[in-house]
Design a protein around this ligand. Structure first.
Ligand code: ADP
Ligand code: MG
Length: 470
């Protein structure tokens, strides 16, 4: 039917020109440029980045655009055009962010009253929260610039920023990382020697992979230390280091990246993301709670990270062996570290099977002898197994996601799973191109009939990393 909601990535040039015009109206001056960073969809590897696991994300064509011009008074003046968050121009002082992060770390005294309230007071639906992602990014770049002279932020730097995204916000496709990474490129371009020496599109070329990796780590610091969300670095890495027509094969032990071509797999098939439109929030403790369960299991097993529990090329038997060792060590106790043993065991099983699935997928994607449709079938099965694990072991799924997964499969998808942190977010589907429309219609109809919020559909094509766009 016609009322199916689709989110299009739009045309980069048009969006960039439109944003320049809005910026001029809003701030009464010209923007120096527009920078873009993509969202991401993760084929596999949820809740394992912080355990040194292996993830297989791709950058989307959808993402966040930031138009910006520098100021010399240390202030950020920010406006987002997202209708749900737009509250006019917000002003944040970087000195205030710095004071708060230091006070939080127990350094220094309360000092002068900062013009923002509290770095951890961000709650869902409260519009003041989103500015912390941007201010945190500049704060993290300042910290990085302390080590790398080419990225040193000049004294007194501030900026006017206008933000516009083609992603669902809070939809599990990483609008948060897209915001951090697009703002990060704007700040690098406008505030550092590297930006000065490489104006305009040249900045994209000047950012080699090693620098992009450092910027991704800084964006992660912004989200962890300033926003207070427990992200593990996956989202920021793929936004800054993804590649068109490739999956990112990311080893989170050292954040090394390889790129796996998707052209064979996606010849006759395509990925679809379905935004469930169920609000999710990782900052309210549920995500951290899952993480704490799995970390208790990790300590019990005497591992520095859960990836170490499995050998380099794991097999299903290695997962069983890890679980058996967990059972022996708990010896039937109801709790470990004050957390329910049964919950910790489920989180452990999710982490170990999820890490196994990534290795299996990596092998399938790298196997040039595998016939593409057979490969797609196998990828579909692994997606299905990943969803079961999100639902039963990580326990981060919810009724709408479960129903969408079932409905997509029944309408011809080869596999489907919840992606992102969970408790809301999006479902990723692998579907033969010939069945894409059937799946869209069936899922939409099911949601209407079952009384779920009508979801939004995004065509997912592995796309290029963050860059200057105009
Ligand atoms: P996800 O990353 O899956 O979209 P998160 O909860 O991690 O969800 O991040 C969503 C939050 O990021 C929003 O609540 C808001 O604070 C911030 N954010 C993301 N994109 C934008 C945007 N375009 N404008 C303003 N804030 C944004
Ligand atoms: Mg996020």
């Amino acid at each position: 039917s016609d009322d199916v909601a689709r989110l299009e990535p739009g045309h980069q040039r048009e969006i960039s020109e439109g944003l320049h015009a809005r910026f001029a109206e809003q701030f009464g001056r010209r923007a120096d440029g527009v920078w873009f960073a993509p969202g991401r969809a993760n084929l596999n590897g949820e809740h394992v980045d912080f355990h040194g696991g292996h993830c297989l994300p791709m950058a989307l064509a959808h993402g966040t655009y930031v138009a910006a011009a520098p100021r010399e008074d240390g202030l950020l003046r920010l406006r987002t055009l997202d209708p749900g968050l737009d509250d006019g121009i917000q002003t944040v002082s970087i000195a205030a962010i710095d004071a708060l992060v230091r006070a939080d770390a127990g350094e220094g005294s309360a000092g002068e009253a900062p013009p923002i309230t509290d770095v951890h007071s961000i709650v869902p639906g409260v519009t003041s929260g989103w500015t912390h992602y941007v201010a945190g990014t500049l704060w993290a770049l300042q910290q990085l610039g302390g080590e790398l002279p080419e990225l040193a932020v000049r004294q007194g730097f501030g900026a006017d920023l206008l933000i516009s995204s083609t992603l669902p916000i809070g939809g599990g496709l990483s609008s948060s990382a897209a915001l951090e990474c697009s703002a990060m490129l704007a700040f690098v371009a406008l505030a550092t020697p590297l930006g000065e020496q490489n104006p305009g599109p040249a900045l994209g070329a000047a950012l080699d992979d090693a620098l992009r990796a450092r910027l991704a780590a800084a964006c992660m610091r912004a989200e962890v230390e300033v926003v207070g969300a427990g992200t593990g670095g996956l989202d920021q890495t793929v936004s800054l280091r993804g590649r068109a027509d490739h999956l990112v094969s990311l080893d989170c032990r050292n954040f090394s990246v390889e790129h796996r071509p998707t052209s064979r797999l996606l010849g006759e098939h395509t990925f679809l993301a379905i935004d469930t439109q169920q609000a999710h929030w990782l900052g309210d403790g549920q995500f951290d709670d899952r993480r704490a369960d799995s970390e208790a299991a990790m300590r019990l097993l005497g591992a520095d990270q859960l990836r170490d529990v499995l050998p380099e090329s794991p097999h299903p038997g290695d997962v069983d062996a890890g679980l058996a060792r967990f059972d022996t060590l708990t010896g039937g106790a109801e709790a470990i570290e004050g957390r329910r043993t049964s919950a910790c065991r489920r989180r452990l099983r999710h982490a170990l099977t999820e890490m196994l699935r990534s290795e299996q997928l990596d092998r399938i994607l790298g196997d040039e002898k595998l016939e593409p449709s057979a490969g797609a079938q196998q990828v579909g099965h692994i997606l299905d197994a990943g969803h079961a694990s999100m639902r039963d072991d990580a326990q981060v799924s919810f009724p709408a996601a479960d129903a969408i997964v079932e409905s997509a499969r029944a309408a011809g998808a080869l596999g489907a799973r919840l992606i992102g942190g969970g408790f809301g977010g999006s479902v990723l589907v692998l579907v033969p191109r010939s069945r894409e429309d059937d799946v869209v219609q069936a899922v939409h109809r099911m949601c209407v009939e079952q009384g779920f919020t009508a979801p939004r559909f995004l065509h997912v094509a592995p796309s290029a990393a963050a860059r200057p766009v105009g």
